[in-house]
Design a protein around this ligand. Structure first.
Ligand code: PEP
Ligand code: MG
Length: 883
């Protein structure tokens, strides 16, 4: 096996396709060398060597020593210098380089090959001996830090003292003699801290550094990073050994880093920093303030020190041409490191640059318009979930923040406001024009009006699919849920976090993108849905197959979703309409009624309300399919709790209050999620579904009469497990439709279908499809019932499950493809076998998750349905899944 790959001087043993073997850095160095760019010669020790090094008990096979010797001869041949030769010493850099760039690993050792003899040689052949001694002291300091792992602070301290002694401020003010003395101090420090003298044999230095790079692959920091980023431990890292070029050889030398476009805005202009007479680490370490690359950037910043464009116009010109060449070659924005040694440019690294969501969008669209990439490639270049950042106000990254605690990033966006501890207060304050943050231990459907009124929602309990999270995402309200360190005493209007107290009226800021909770107001930045966003969406829509609908139940949310491109409603949760103040008493009257007649009396009052709800929604969504789900949650969720609420119902119905309370107590359930909910309500009290169906069809007729265009209602029955349940409910719906159409003298096309959200329903999908014209996978409940994990209690332990690798991701966020996914695939297949044209969709939270959308594409569903603010994400993810 070959372990060493050379580059430079017209040789390239590898190229950009060899990242697995050479690591990202090594592959790109070879690539740059092969396209004729000035790359200092060197060689890469492959990742395969890293694997073998560990297999053989952290030892190097003899053959590799020979190969490295060959590699060094390659470099010596090109540079005319000799490794370890005091008369004409070759110095090298040693850098790690895994397939993906990985913080936590040993990074770089520069100036390797200097010792007490070669430093003298280097001093003798340089114009200024200061340069040699500066390089030697840098080398010892770096080697001591990253290879010997000695206390870096002690070396910094010695350097500071050396400067102070002379009254100097900058490193560059130290003379050759000062540096020579510093080197002696550094060597004494190594002896003191390491117990051995600083290695003088240059080959020992090299193998020490190579061993340190390999060793760093298994460092704790690297392991943690790999775990967090799903990087396999057996990839290993490569090591790059490369001839040094010197940015610290005086005023015609420099070093810098640059992006070919602005990585935070995406603006098409070079963006970067450089330092004259410095080595790479000086730019990163912030020891001196770097200078601007371009004149325009310097002027825009009102800065004085000359830009590179002004200070070194010729080299700058060559650099700019290289930027253009690299961008064209890699067809992406590049992140570049370079050094200028005595007016000669050298390229040290190039890679695709990291960027913000905004920049990713702009760069993708610009590059497609420049003809550098295709529209389809542009669609693939933007991370769908990154769009979230663009659709909500975000915190100003430069604003100071006083972080109180952290919860789950349940619904993105940032919001500040006065703390309130209950929904009614939130509504009142909002009506007075105040911005409020609703803080609850957890939320229930009764809090909806308060959640709507609030700018943001904060809860101490509940996971990513808790009520608060789902509703907040639906409304586009920022939400932090499950902030477990908060102790909230709502009745006293106070919460505590450690030794801090927050009272009603105090200002908090929440960041739903990170889960951070801050005391006081933090400045925010408004989203820009400017041209690039729209352009990319058009391109995405051209290639996607999956339709994208929305989960929405208010006309406002429907409008938002349409603006974001929703192609219909995939789930309208009608229970949310039952909580409006004007109707809750009738709802309670219905629940507490002792018989059908009592229920019907209450339902008669609700019918016109529901009818107008649906009519408003149909008007907004005119021409588009609207899936309306009949009542789903257990009835007791609507029950009165407070004395006054019972009194309201007693007054409205004339029923004795004690009797009402007894009836309420009877409705208690031990496990309401598996209790009297979903179609079980419709089976036991068909009049409820009958009223809702009537309201839907009356509203549809109303809108058809008014606008001339009929909506397409799709009536959906929740929590079905058996064919017979659906058959019974379909009879109720069809009967209501027939009656309404007869009354109105018109017919409207509609569908009746079911949610598939129980494993039995998935298994019996073939039979159920005899009754169902569509299936909508309710993956929230399907996940809950398949895994046997309560969606409201999962947050407490699921993160440990993810940490321990039991589930790759939170299964309530991203579909458990192996388990829940298999049920979906099977149900789709069985449903289609019965009814080939059955419409298939998904309306659980997963409908807005890119990985789950990719799965839906694979199974061939017809549509996904996502909350309004996730509609653009779903459109992009669906496009990527189709490509
Ligand atoms: C589901 O269970 O996935 C669903 C969409 O319904 P809900 O979240 O309202 O239970
Ligand atoms: Mg459900």
């Amino acid at each position: 096996t070959q372990y060493i790959y050379r580059f430079g001087g017209g040789v390239s043993d590898g190229g950009k396709g060899d990242k697995n073997l050479l690591g990202g850095k090594g592959a790109n160095l070879a690539e740059m060398a092969s396209i004729g760019l000035p790359v200092p010669p060197g060689f890469t020790i492959s990742t395969a060597m890293c694997t073998r090094y560990y297999d053989e008990g952290q030892a190097f096979p003899a053959s590799v020593r020979d190969e490295v010797a060959n590699g060094l001869r390659h470099v010596e041949g090109i540079t005319g210098k000799v490794f370890g030769d005091p008369a004409n010493p070759l110095l090298v850099s040693v850098r790690s380089g895994a397939r993906v760039s990985m913080p936590g690993m040993m990074d770089t050792v520069l100036n390797l090959g200097l010792n007490d003899a070669t430093v003298e040689g280097l001093a003798a052949i340089s114009a200024d001996p200061r340069f040699a001694w500066d390089s030697y002291r840098r080398f010892i300091q770096m080697y001591a830090d990253v290879v010997l792992e000695l206390d870096h602070g002690r070396f910094e301290e010695a350097l500071e003292i050396a400067k102070e002694d002379q009254g100097f401020y900058l490193d560059t003010e130290l003379s050759a003699d000062d540096l020579r003395k510093l080197v002696a101090e550094y060597k004494a420090l190594v002896q003191e801290l390491w117990g051995k003298p600083f290695p003088q044999d240059v080959h020992d230095q090299l193998w020490g550094a190579v061993g340190a790079v390999f060793g760093s692959w298994q460092s704790e920091r690297a392991k943690v990073y790999r775990r967090l980023n799903d990087i396999p431990g057996d990839w290993g890292t490569a090591v790059n050994v490369q001839a040094m070029v010197f940015g610290n050889m005086g005023e015609t030398s420099a070093t810098g880093v640059a992006f070919t476009r602005d990585p935070s805005t995406g603006e098409n202009g070079y963006y970067g920093e450089f330092l004259i007479n410095a080595q790479g680490e000086d730019v990163v370490a912030g020891i001196r303030t770097p200078q601007y690359l371009t004149k325009a950037a310097r002027e825009a910043a009102g800065a004085k020190p000359a830009s590179m464009e002004e200070a070194m116009p010729q080299v700058y010109g060559e650099l700019a041409r290289t930027f253009d060449l690299l961008e064209r070659h890699y067809r992406d924005m590049q992140d570049i490191e370079f050094t200028v040694e005595q007016a000669k440019l050298w390229m040290l690294q190039t890679r695709s640059g990291k960027r913000t969501a905004k920049a990713a969008l702009k760069i993708a669209v610009d590059m497609a318009e420049e003809g550098l990439i295709t529209e389809e490639e542009a669609v693939l270049r933007v991370e769908p979930s990154a769009l979230d950042q663009l659709l909500h106000p975000t915190l100003d990254p430069d604003a100071p923040r006083d972080v109180l605690t952290k919860g789950l990033p349940a619904s993105p966006g940032a919001a500040s406001g006065k703390v309130v501890f209950d929904a009614d207060t939130a509504e009142r304050a909002a009506a007075n024009g105040e911005a409020v943050i609703l803080v609850r231990v957890e939320t229930s459907p009764e809090d909806i009006h308060g959640m709507h009124a609030a700018k943001g929602i904060l809860t101490a309990r509940g996971g990513m699919t808790s009520h608060a999270a789902v509703v907040a995402r639906g409304m586009g309200r920022p939400c932090v849920s499950g902030a477990g360190t908060l102790s909230i005493v709502a009745k006293d209007k106070i919460m505590r976090c450690g030794d801090r107290e927050i009272r009603e009226g105090d200002i908090l800021t929440i960041d739903g993108a990170t889960g951070q909770v801050m005391v006081g107001a933090v400045a925010t930045i408004q989203p820009e849905l400017a041209g690039d966003f729209g352009t990319l969406m058009v391109w995405a829509d051209k290639v996607r197959r999956l339709r994208v609908r929305t989960n929405a139940e208010t006309p406002d949310d429907c409008r938002t979703a349409r603006e974001f491109g929703a192609e219909g409603i995939g789930l309208c949760r009608t229970e949310h309409m039952f909580f409006e103040a004007s109707r809750i008493t009738s709802v309670r009257q219905m629940i507490l009624a002792e018989n059908e007649a009592g229920r019907r009396a209450a339902l008669d009052k609700l019918l016109p309300e529901q009818r107008s709800d649906f009519a408003e929604i149909f008007e907004v969504m005119v021409g588009l399919p609207c899936t309306i789900r009949l009542l789903d949650p257990p009835l007791h969720e609507f029950l009165p709790h407070e004395e006054a609420e019972f009194e309201d119902v007693a007054t409205a119905t004339g029923i004795d209050i004690e009797k009402l309370k007894r009836r309420a107590a009877e409705l208690h359930e031990f496990n309401p999620m598996l209790g009297h909910r979903g179609c079980r309500l419709g089976v036991t009290y068909p009049e409820i579904y009958e009223m809702q169906a009537r309201a839907i069809f009356m509203a549809a007729c109303d809108v058809a009469e008014k606008s001339g265009e009929a909506p397409v209602p799709e009536v959906m029955i929740p929590l079905v497990a058996t064919r017979r349940e659906l058959e019974l409910m379909k009879l109720v719906v069809d009967k209501a439709a027939g009656e309404v159409f007869a009354e109105r003298g018109r017919t409207i096309e509609y569908l009746v279908g079911t949610m598939i959200e129980l494993p039995r329903a998935a298994l019996k999908a073939g039979e159920i499809a005899e009754q169902a014209e569509f299936f909508s996978f309710g993956t929230n409940d399907l996940t809950q019932t398949t895994l046997g994990v309560s969606r409201d209690d999962a947050a407490r332990f699921l993160s440990v499950y993810v940490e321990k690798g039991i589930y790759a991701r939170d299964p309530f966020v991203s579909i458990d493809v192996e388990g829940v996914g298999e049920l979906i695939a099977l149900a789709a297949e069985r449903g289609r076998a019965t009814r080939p044209d059955i419409k298939l969709g998904i309306c659980g939270e997963h409908g807005g998750d890119p990985a789950s959308i990719a799965f839906c594409e694979q199974v061939g569903l017809d549509y996904v349905s996502a909350s309004p603010y996730r509609v653009p994400i779903a459109r992009l993810a669906a496009a990527q899944a189709a490509l």
